[in-house]
Design a protein around this ligand. Structure first.
Ligand SMILES: C[S@@+](CC[C@H](N)C(=O)[O-])C[C@H]1O[C@@H](n2cnc3c(N)ncnc32)[C@H](O)[C@@H]1O
Length: 269
């Protein structure tokens, strides 16, 4: 692995000794049996087990493996092929269980790394793809030295311009995927009495990035009952749905939904 990692406690360079990564101040981090390294010190945690839960991640894996969101992956690949160099160094931020990280690496080879604040996410991602280095870390303090990556992916996760610009090389890019107003609107109409549309409000990155692409994509998918339950479980709607609405959905045989998403590409200044 040709990415310089830094100690999440003191910021010094981390050396990889196989089973352990450590810095000259003797802060040391064990490699888990599955291959990931936990670089999330307790002071960066807002809860005991932050991020998506194992149950959500398993539902996400079943859903994504069905291929229903494959067009999203293709849109990201299109952007990467246009804006990233051949054989890029890529960091997938908020990589979850690693579906996109692995697919992107297979289609656009390079050196890939994934980070997620969820330990279960990193563990599952390792089981999906042994050729990618996954770490548990927060996007707000990425334990990586400055100017390391050609491309960052932030797919349905978060955008933190200053920190992302720090770890990107000059002219490196961020490919960001966010949901559009109509995303899963048919499902939201069942879950909520009233669906509010927030006008898209992108975080201001002008100090660090130039926006070089912004495109909206839409298509429709039809889900059977099992896929519908998985989709519900992997989204925040699950925690908001009322019992009778959940029962209604659990009794639905199939539902056709709109997938609506934006891909934005930001180039480091
Ligand atoms: C909606 S999921 C998207 C996962 C994956 N990108 C995908 O599309 O399948 C958001 C992911 O971001 C992770 N996450 C949340 N806050 C984070 C943070 N501060 N740093 C890193 N990951 C974070 C969650 O654990 C979760 O896996």
């Amino acid at each position: 692995m040709d990415i310089k990692l830094k100690c999440p406690v003191c910021g010094r360079e981390l050396t990889d000794n196989g089973k352990t990564l450590s810095c000259e101040k003797n802060h040391s981090f064990d490699r888990a049996r599955q291959g990931y390294v936990n670089l999330l010190p307790v002071q960066f945690k807002h809860s005991l087990d932050p991020g998506d839960t194992a149950e959500m991640l398993k539902a996400r894996r079943r859903f994504l493996d069905s291929g229903k969101y494959e067009p999203i992956c293709r849109s990201v690949l299109q952007a990467m092929r246009k804006f990233a160099p051949e054989n890029p160094k890529v960091l997938d931020i908020g990589c979850g269980e690693g579906y996109y990280t692995s697919k992107l690496k297979d289609e656009f080879p390079g050196e890939y790394m994934g980070i997620d604040i969820s330990k279960d996410g990193a563990r599952m991602a390792c089981s999906r793809d042994k050729d990618i280095f996954f770490i548990v870390a927060t996007a707000s303090h990425i334990p990586v030295a400055d100017n390391q990556f050609d491309c960052l992916c932030a797919m349905f996760s978060l955008l933190l311009p200053e920190e992302y610009a720090r770890v990107l090389k000059q002219n490196g890019c961020v490919v960001e995927v966010t949901v559009g107003n109509d995303h899963l609107k048919e499902l939201k109409n069942i879950i909520y009495d009233e669906v509010f549309f927030k006008n898209k409000h992108y975080s201001d990155c002008t100090g660090f990035f130039d926006e070089v692409q912004r495109s909206e994509y839409r298509y429709r998918i039809t889900l059977d009952n099992a896929a519908l339950k998985d989709l519900l479980l992997m989204t925040p709607h699950f925690w908001r749905i009322r019992k009778e609405r959940r029962e209604q959905l659990e009794a639905t045989d199939s539902l056709t939904l709109t997938v609506d998403y934006w891909v934005r590409v930001l180039k480091k200044k």
